[in-house]
Design a protein around this ligand. Structure first.
Ligand SMILES: [Zn+2]
Length: 223
């Protein structure tokens, strides 16, 4: 039986159930001025996701600011009122956040956003396919021939991009291919984590940085 619900940072399940395995009441001291301090009770819990069985640490505070003790917590856990009485104030680990790159077109941004949402939800194959699409769209904006396959487009960028970046891009292409080709095994989440890192690096280097540099130059020329 779960005690409260929260988005799981491990399996990505929205509002997954969590079961509290152990808890401890902590006192948080805050300075309120003129040498005075105030103390607030914090409840730290070691809990387990009922979807994936991975563990997390959650901190809670009581919603109506009354004092509580161990018996009160045990009773709340026992009679099912815990989620109504306590609210989460922090959760460890934090779920992966969605990356936002500046300076990219609406078309690239939309496929990147889809890729990021799949990545955060730990859906490796669709994330891989969407990072590849973002890359494909970005190459078109860099003037690559739309009739060329992605492999050829990436190679044609070798005169304007560092060699390492070309190699990284080719990896995004390969992981993306694995995601959509029925004969290949699905890419793992580790593969897609790397593909994501490479795709974000490429988009930052190619679109975001030049835009930021141009903005700084513009500001300098005004001063
Ligand atoms: Zn989970």
């Amino acid at each position: 039986m779960s005690n409260f619900s929260h988005n799981c940072p491990h399996c990505g399940t929205k509002k997954s159930g969590f079961r509290i395995l152990a808890n401890e009441i902590l006192l948080k001291e805050s300075y309120i001025g003129s040498g005075r301090t105030t103390q607030k009770q914090i409840l730290a819990c070691f809990c387990k996701c009922t979807t994936c069985s991975e563990v997390c640490i959650a901190r809670f505070q009581i919603k109506d600011s009354t004092d509580f003790n161990q018996n009160f917590i045990e009773a709340a856990l026992h009679n099912g009122s815990f989620a109504r009485l306590f609210q989460v104030t922090s959760f460890i680990p934090q779920p992966e956040s969605i990356a936002v790159i500046e300076g990219i077109s609406e078309r690239v941004r939309s496929s990147l956003e889809n890729a990021e949402q799949c990545f955060v939800a730990k859906l490796a194959p669709p994330a891989g396919a969407m990072y590849r699409t973002a890359l494909e769209r970005a190459t078109l904006e860099l003037g690559c021939n739309p009739k060329d396959p992605l492999f050829k487009r990436i190679q044609s960028l070798s005169s304007s991009l560092p060699e390492t970046l070309i190699k990284l891009l080719d990896n995004v292409r390969i992981f993306g291919n694995q995601s959509v080709h029925g004969n290949d095994d699905d890419p793992s989440l580790e593969d897609i984590t790397r593909a994501r890192e490479f795709a974000l690096l490429f988009l930052t280097y190619t679109f975001e940085l030049p835009e930021k540099i141009a903005a700084v130059e513009k500001r300098l020329s005004r001063d």
